[in-house]
Ligand binder design. Structure first.
Ligand SMILES: Nc1nc2c(ncn2[C@@H]2O[C@H](COP(=O)(O)OP(=O)(O)O)[C@@H](O)[C@H]2O)c(=O)[nH]1
Ligand SMILES: [Mg+2]
Length: 512
């Protein structure tokens, strides 16, 4: 049976042309490769697959819950935090444990609506968990929660590495088992969660993220990063923060952006915990009442209590210690302080308004907006590029030189078409970012700018400039890159230069 992809659900014209290529080639390749193509087709029709990656305890699951708007991913402890979980859209809420052999078992939700922290199955035999949820966010993207690198438990590390494509098979082939392979191929974009201080191996982990059978690296096109736990950044440790926690986190995020560049498009500060509480309905009117009671305390008492978590819960005060602990778990000290500030500024503020204020404090809206511009707007290009990489990898591993050539030729034909230009630009960008093609730094910057911005003015590096100025600049740069392609460039640079020249030319045509 051949899988058909409903073209209406494909992300855009690039995905359509890659899907057509796949269908055309299917009858001309071996059964094994054809089966792989069927899988590529299926994936092309599915929402963008976004892996949430980062060290263990960086707050990945908390952030996933905030994005989905439901506390469904277990956080902190429990065996589930050691597994890969895919959250995808479904018309009925359902959790399935998928075993290494492909066998699936439906699981009941825990009483609080989350995935049970303990599964009651032999975890060493589990491949991953599939969670189908009615959450609207999941209609546009499938979110893949990973256990995280840097955990002490070797099995979780290897599960994550497999997902991120970092695991090298001992025998040298890419003979991952079926489920792992589809998981690897499933991640087309990455949301990278860092906390204070990006470490050298974070850079490495990010570099190791390869979507679609280990041939595409993460780059500014398909990766963004957040600096999570922004509430815990001590402002005194950051120059220029003026004692402000959020400003400190923003400065730090910008610095980390420079460090992680050009692997990610951006590093945004966020407070996942507050976002989760505000978005999941976990912040209740009882919490608002408790905060109201605390806001009535005198300044000196409150300042003392807010100095540290243990003082906050153990200090003698009318609000029960258990209630305070609950607040701490939902908002941490920073969120509690912000809520109290808001209550003191306006004591009539409702629980709903307080929740919205907390959401605004968390920075989640900016992360959502960025996910939209970086991922959703580019889903077509990202998915098509990932699919092409999978097709190439499948042909490569077939072991039949004639088949490999046939697939290669078909891809060349597709890429030569004018409408595939965006794909070639993504390809060129990836080559430059990954260092596969050496470019002087200023030129690499330019390729990055042209290839990874959405607006024409931003692509040209002249935000807000008038049309005639933009057009003139595009034409000038088109000419420059054409002559660079012909004179002075290495063959590899020349191929990139031709693509960049064409990009400028198309921009110029569009502006004329
Ligand atoms: N203060 C604070 N704590 C957070 C934040 N995000 C997550 N946490 C806490 O960090 C711990 C680990 O979070 P979890 O989401 O399980 O991390 P994961 O291992 O990366 O999935 C939990 O106790 C969370 O409550 C945050 O933004 N601020
Ligand atoms: Mg987790």
């Amino acid at each position: 049976m051949t899988a058909t992809t409903d073209q209406g659900r494909l992300a855009g014209p690039l995905s359509v042309s890659v899907a057509n290529l796949c269908r055309r080639l299917q009858p001309q390749v071996s059964a094994r490769t054809a089966a792989g193509f069927a899988e590529v087709l299926r994936r092309l029709g599915a929402p963008l697959q976004v892996a949430v990656a980062g060290r263990i305890k960086s707050g990945k699951s908390t952030l996933v819950n905030a994005l989905i708007g439901r506390r469904v991913a277990p956080t902190d402890v429990g065996e589930c935090t050691r597994l890969v979980t895919r959250f995808q859209y479904g018309t009925v809420d359902r959790i399935e444990v998928v075993f290494a052999g492909g066998y699936k078992q439906v699981l009941p939700f825990a009483p609080d609506g989350s995935i049970p922290a303990e599964l009651g199955v032999d975890i060493s035999k589990v491949s991953h968990i599939e969670a189908y949820l009615t959450s609207a966010v999941l209609q546009d993207m499938t979110v893949i929660d990973t256990p995280g690198l840097g955990s002490l438990d070797a099995a979780s590390v290897s599960r994550t590495e497999q997902l991120l494509g970092a695991a090298q098979n001992e025998e040298g082939g890419d003979e991952l088992d079926e489920t792992s392979r589809s998981a690897v191929a499933g991640a087309e974009a990455v949301l990278y969660v860092v906390t204070q201080g990006v470490r050298a191996d974070d850079q490495q982990a990010l570099a190791a993220f390869t979507a679609a059978t280990a041939s595409r690296e993460a780059g500014p096109v398909n990766a963004i990063a957040v600096l999570n736990k922004a509430d815990t950044v001590p402002p005194e440790s950051v120059e220029g923060s003026d004692g402000d926690v959020w400003r400190a986190a923003s400065i730090l995020a910008e610095k980390q952006g420079l460090l992680l560049k050009p692997r990610v498009a951006d590093v945004l500060p966020v407070i996942g915990l507050i976002a989760e509480s505000a978005e999941s309905g976990n912040f209740t009117s009882a919490d608002a009442d408790a905060l109201r009671a605390l806001s009535a305390l005198d300044d000196a008492t409150l300042e003392t209590m807010l100095m540290a978590a243990d003082i906050f819960t153990s200090w003698d005060c009318d609000v029960p210690a258990g209630t305070r602990l609950r607040l701490l778990e939902k908002l941490d000290l920073y969120g509690i302080r912000r809520a109290i500030d808001a209550l003191r500024a306006d004591e009539t503020i409702t629980a709903g308004a307080l929740r919205r204020l907390l959401l605004a404090t968390s920075g989640l809206d900016a992360v959502r907006a960025r996910l939209n511009t970086v991922f959703a707007a580019r889903a077509d290009g990202i998915k098509a590029a990932a699919a092409l990489a999978s097709i190439t990898a499948l042909a490569h591993s077939s072991g039949d030189p004639a088949e490999r050539q046939r697939v290669h030729d078909a891809i060349e034909v597709l890429l030569a078409k004018p409408e595939a230009h965006q794909l070639r630009l993504l390809e060129a960008l990836t080559l430059v970012v990954a260092g596969a093609v050496d470019m002087p730094e200023d030129l690499a910057e330019e390729v990055l700018r042209v290839g990874s911005n959405a607006g024409v003015d931003e692509q040209l590096g002249l935000p807000g400039a008038a049309r005639p100025e933009l057009a003139a600049h595009a034409l000038e740069r088109a000419g420059w890159w054409r002559s660079f392609a012909s004179f002075g460039a290495t063959p590899a640079q020349s191929r990139v230069a031709h693509v960049v020249h064409r990009a400028y030319f198309l921009i110029w045509q569009q502006l004329r």
